[in-house]
Design a protein around this ligand. Structure first.
Ligand code: IPM
Ligand code: MN
Length: 326
């Protein structure tokens, strides 16, 4: 986070005054107070132009507490329905894939519906007949807005290609709704070439033919899984950035690295800040600082081609900030 803020300050034009407020959320706050996201913080965050979220999570906190009580709470409260996750293999970065694949796509993951809504329950808890349901919520409204956003993004890119990923041969209710809306909205974008893949087949192509993807639109859970795979084939989760976007601007959008908090190396100064810095580039782009966003991305790209040996977290941040202001 410190390195991300360093690069953000370096990138902003001199006449733009950056005002920041820091909130110490996550495991530490939870252990101290039992709270994950105090209402007062949620209220204050509403007034921000954007949120930069550090990776959260710690094995000392039961699974799900911070995920639901902090990260997902923010995504839902601020209606972050566009979860934007670029999958880009920068020059000089080694992909585990054979050859020298050209990977440059973006996953538009739905962010506020699907199985993430917490719609489910358990019956006969603790017995051998225990039942658990986790119902995926899919609304025409929610699908249409993310699908239209993905078409717009595809139309604005050189290749103008959009792939819908779902599993409509098995999840016939939700899958057919997604497919119908995808086809209907597509009529507004005749310039965009479309494609459909079942999610299992998509995982094959992510590995065997990642060049075929330009923009991908998919539901919340498929998008979660696919974007970890996307990170793996583009140099690892240490480079994967994301934006939780509310295009209306009614609430602040939130930018965060896709990776977790890596508690095993916390405080050692060796975590790679690049994913946070690339998330800062997405934040700048979202706020209309297009040239500055491009500068940050270019700084990362240049830095990546020259990486040798090991540097500390702050050394990487310093190098990126220097490139941006230089
Ligand atoms: C991510 C994470 C989250 C998700 C978890 C921590 C709730 O895996 O941002 O990809 O599943 O969306
Ligand atoms: Mn994930």
């Amino acid at each position: 986070m410190a390195e991300g803020l360093k690069v953000l300050s370096a990138a902003l034009p001199a006449d733009v005054k950056l005002e920041t407020a820091e909130y110490d959320l996550g495991a530490r706050l939870y252990h101290r107070t039992g709270e994950t996201l105090p209402d007062s913080v949620l209220e204050e965050l509403k007034g921000a132009d954007a949120i930069l979220l550090g990776a959260i999570g710690d094995p000392s906190v039961p699974s799900g507490v911070l995920e639901r009580g902090l990260l997902l709470k923010l995504r839902f409260a601020f209606d972050h329905h566009i979860n934007l996750r670029p999958g880009k293999l920068f020059p000089g970065v080694k992909s585990p894939l054979a050859g020298d694949p050209q990977i440059d796509f973006v996953v538009v993951r739905e962010g506020t519906e699907g199985p993430y809504v917490g719609n489910g329950g358990t019956l006969r808890t603790g017995t051998e007949q225990e039942v658990a349901t986790e119902v995926s919520l899919n609304t025409a409204f929610g699908i249409e807005r993310v699908v239209r956003d993905a078409y717009r993004r595809a139309a604005a890119r050189p290749r103008k290609k959009l792939t819908l990923v779902h599993k409509n041969n098995v999840l016939v209710h939700a899958g057919h709704l997604w497919t119908r809306i995808f086809e209907r909205v597509g009529r507004e974008f005749p310039e965009v070439t479309t494609d459909y893949l079942h999610v299992d087949a998509a995982t094959i192509f992510f590995v065997t033919q990642p060049e075929r993807f330009d923009v991908i639109v998919t539901d919340n859970l498929f998008g979660d899984i696919l974007t970890d795979l996307a990170a793996a084939v583009t140099g690892g989760i240490g480079l994967a950035a994301s934006g939780n976007i509310n295009p209306s601007g009614d609430f602040p959008s939130m930018f965060e690295p896709v990776h977790g908090s890596a508690p095993d190396i916390a405080g050692q100064g060796k975590a790679d800040p690049t994913a946070t810095v690339l998330s800062v580039a997405m934040l700048l782009e979202h706020l209309g600082f297009t040239a500055e966003a491009a500068q940050v991305e270019a700084a990362v790209a240049a830095d990546l081609t020259e990486r040798t040996g090991t540097r500390s977290t702050s050394e990487v941040g310093d190098a990126l900030a220097a490139r941006v202001s230089g």
